[in-house]
Design a binder for this molecule. Structure first.
Ligand SMILES: Cc1cc2nc3c(=O)[nH]c(=O)nc-3n(C[C@H](O)[C@H](O)[C@H](O)COP(=O)(O)OP(=O)(O)OC[C@H]3O[C@@H](n4cnc5c(N)ncnc54)[C@H](O)[C@@H]3O)c2cc1C
Ligand code: FES
Length: 268
């Protein structure tokens, strides 16, 4: 299959957005053309087998010039190696994989994007696609972003604002925006009587909190899950989660997701 073929791609831009947060722009027109918000790519440095496995990253943005961006935090060996790649370096990138966010077809609801940490990555691509659609003209578009500390959000917040989204932030240390959880921003920015459609990605406890509020308000919500992934294309069981509709079967996050309707996920 075309999207699972290994190809070497040139890194055309390497940015450091925070002390341990990086963004790579990679020339991969075959991915940029096909990508939908919420899908992901599997990435590996091109200069060898270290680390052996590819690592999954959400598609953060695509450009008309055929480039794909990933945004990541250094948490281990793979992301540490990726953080050292500079402009002109090479990556093996395959994708796009998975099922992305379903875009609304009508103008029934306001739309809120809620991201925590690196879960913000796919939401910028989603925001750009939503803005390009006539179906959302006249809707309120809001981004609620959470992180450990304000410096992790400075660049990203500005980019959501430049797109015209009303943006509010929450930080664990109170260094910027609301001091506390991003879910608390929901109650401040989304009037209970209004119709909202929610898209969220971030740490599991954050998304569980978002889902509890959405269930209480009867707001539709799609969640993008992160699990460990070895193959990214349905060939191992690394990403299996319980299927709430049939506890004896599993869903594969890489193939059935990573985006699910909130009702498709067992939250407890
Ligand atoms: C669909 C999908 C999209 C993702 N998108 C992004 C993204 O846009 N930006 C980003 O920074 N990260 C993203 N991740 C997580 C990213 O894949 C991991 O951070 C990365 O694989 C870590 O590799 P490593 O070799 O640096 O760390 P490792 O040495 O493999 O692990 C370091 C630590 O991180 C934990 N860890 C590793 N992978 C995951 C995971 N998938 N979920 C939870 N904990 C994990 C390990 O348990 C360990 O404690 C995504 C994951 C998935 C499944
Ligand atoms: S990561 Fe291998 S089946 Fe999903």
């Amino acid at each position: 299959m075309e999207h699972s073929q290994t190809r070497t791609s040139e890194v055309v831009r390497s940015e450091r957005l925070g002390s341990d947060i990086f963004r790579l722009t990679v020339l991969a027109p075959w991915i940029a053309e096909a990508a939908q918000p919420g899908q992901f790519v599997m990435v590996q440095p091109a200069d060898g087998q270290d680390p052996l496995l590819r690592r999954p990253f959400s598609i953060h943005q695509v450009t008309g010039a055929g480039a794909v961006q990933i945004l990541f935090k250094v948490v281990g060996r793979g992301t540490s190696l990726l953080s050292r790649i500079r402009q002109g370096g090479q990556l093996n990138v395959i994708g796009p994989f998975g099922k992305g966010f379903a875009l609304p077809s009508g103008v029934e609801e306001n739309i809120c994007l809620i991201g925590g940490g690196m879960g913000i990555a796919p939401l910028l691509f989603l925001a750009k696609r939503l803005i390009g659609r006539s179906a959302v003209v006249g809707c309120r578009l809001v981004a609620l972003l959470g992180a450990r500390t304000g410096s992790e959000l400075t660049v990203l917040q500005g980019e959501f604002q430049q797109l015209g989204l009303a943006t509010a932030i929450a930080t664990d240390d109170g260094s910027s925006g609301h001091h506390g959880l991003v879910t608390q921003l929901m109650l401040q920015n989304m009037a209970p009587g209004d119709a909202w459609r929610v898209y969220t990605c971030g740490p599991h406890p954050m998304m569980r909190g978002v889902v509890e509020i959405c269930q209480g308000m009867a707001w539709p919500c799609q969640v993008s899950l992160e699990t460990m992934m070895a193959c990214g294309m349905g060939a191992c069981l690394g990403c299996a989660i319980t299927n709430p509709k049939d506890p004896n079967s599993y869903l594969h996050v890489c193939k059935d997701g990573p985006v699910f309707e909130m009702s498709e996920v067992a939250w407890r």
